[in-house]
Design a binder for this molecule. Structure first.
Ligand SMILES: Nc1ncnc2c1ncn2[C@@H]1O[C@H](COP(=O)(O)OP(=O)(O)OP(=O)(O)O)[C@@H](O)[C@H]1O
Length: 243
């Protein structure tokens, strides 16, 4: 057995017992598309426990989005390994990776990417429909999540009829509807006014208390970062603990 195989197995084992939900090691991403190679992540490591919330901060261009894309299986590392809930992303082909994302990972972005033609309920149910669940069961579960994020009364409204904070709540419900192991958030309060952002923070507190999923939150917002259990700074392609 090669050394890399041994290392990979120990990384998977780390996340297989449920306490460490996300582990990555030696994560390296070099973009080779332009005239010059750009090394954005350079041997980065991170572990996030079940129920733990980690903020990732860093200056513009430091590689935060690149990191989220690798953790979410939307991009492949040049080198290194990501393991989530006992599975190595490296072992999965494209189709299996798509299924894994649907089953295990919830995404929340600044501009939430809700489908304009669908109601809040249909948007929140979508990951379950994609997974092949029947509409009635999917919508029943989605309704529970809309209630959990305090927006059940807007279930039949389309995104265009909702406020920014309400849309963000629907996006959070959609991210959580599959009971994911990992939720990745990219500036989840970025385009919200202060009081709406505060209500999203309160919601995140509540979710952290009531789910055992791991959260990785990329943000420039110091108050959002301060709200997480740990704050990691991305600099020079690696993460260092700030708090
Ligand atoms: N597909 C790509 N090809 C080449 N270079 C890229 C590519 N994607 C990102 N980069 C470069 O990688 C670096 C990190 O980009 P990334 O978007 O991950 O940073 P970020 O920390 O999320 O920035 P911001 O806070 O401004 O959103 C930047 O220098 C960017 O130009």
């Amino acid at each position: 057995m090669s050394e890399t195989t041994v290392n990979k197995e120990s990384l998977v084992n780390q996340t297989a017992n449920g306490r460490i939900m996300l582990a990555c090691r030696d994560l390296t991403r070099i973009y080779r598309e332009g005239p010059q190679d750009v090394t954005v992540l350079d041997g980065l490591s991170l572990e996030v426990r079940a129920g733990e919330r980690v903020a990732v901060v860093g200056s513009s261009g430091s590689g935060k989005t690149t990191l989220l894309n690798l953790l979410g299986g939307l991009d492949r590392p040049t080198r290194g390994e990501v393991s989530i809930a006992g599975e190595s992303l490296l072992d999965l082909g494209e189709a299996a990776l798509g299924k894994f994302r649907n089953r295990r990972i919830g995404f929340v972005y600044q501009f939430h990417h809700l489908l304009a033609e669908f109601s809040a309920l249909e948007n929140a149910a979508l990951p379950l429909i994609i997974r092949g669940q029947r509409k009635r069961a999917a919508e029943s579960r989605a309704r529970e999540l809309l209630a959990k994020v305090g927006i059940e009364h807007r279930a039949d409204h389309k995104p265009g009829e909702l406020s920014g904070g309400e849309r963000q709540r629907v996006a959070i419900a959609r991210a959580l509807v599959t009971d994911p192991s990992l939720v990745l958030m990219d500036e989840p309060t970025g385009n919200l006014d202060q009081s709406t952002a505060a209500s999203i923070l309160a919601l995140m507190d509540e979710l952290a208390r009531t789910t055992d999923c791991a959260f990785v939150v990329v943000t420039h917002d110091p108050s959002l970062a301060a709200h997480q259990d740990r704050v990691m700074k991305l600099d020079g392609g690696r993460l260092t603990e700030q708090r």
